[in-house]
Design a protein around this ligand. Structure first.
Ligand SMILES: [Ca+2]
Ligand SMILES: [Ca+2]
Length: 111
């Protein structure tokens, strides 16, 4: 378990570095935060972009709204680097929790 936590911390650090590197590129007007248009444009530029599975919506536009509102933790209409890192980390936590739950279920069924 401790090793898993250490690996999780490594993943988060790597993710934080990746986000920081991309954030400056996504912040096209250079004001240090992302507005919805900048988030949308950066997603449109990335053919591999997928919304996290916890983001639900009937359309891409609805998902963009949900994704933006999730990341914009203080709801000021802008996503700061901290908000972005925290938001993505919470998606990692959810993914890990699901993987752990799936692993536990698999282990249980093998016994
Ligand atoms: Ca900006
Ligand atoms: Ca904000």
């Amino acid at each position: 378990m401790e090793q898993a936590l250490a690996e999780m911390a490594l993943i988060k650090n790597a993710m934080a570095d990746l986000i920081a590197a991309n954030f400056a590129k996504m912040d096209t007007n250079g004001d240090g935060s992302l507005d919805k248009a900048e988030l949308k444009a950066s997603m449109a530029d990335d053919p591999n972009f997928e919304f996290p599975p916890t983001i639900k919506g009937d359309s891409q536009e609805a998902k963009l709204d949900a994704f933006f509102n999730f990341l914009d933790a203080n709801h000021d209409g802008k996503i700061t680097l901290d908000e972005m890192v925290n938001g993505m980390n919470s998606f990692i936590d959810e993914a890990i929790a699901e993987a752990v739950a799936a692993g536990l279920a698999a282990n249980t069924s093998e016994q």
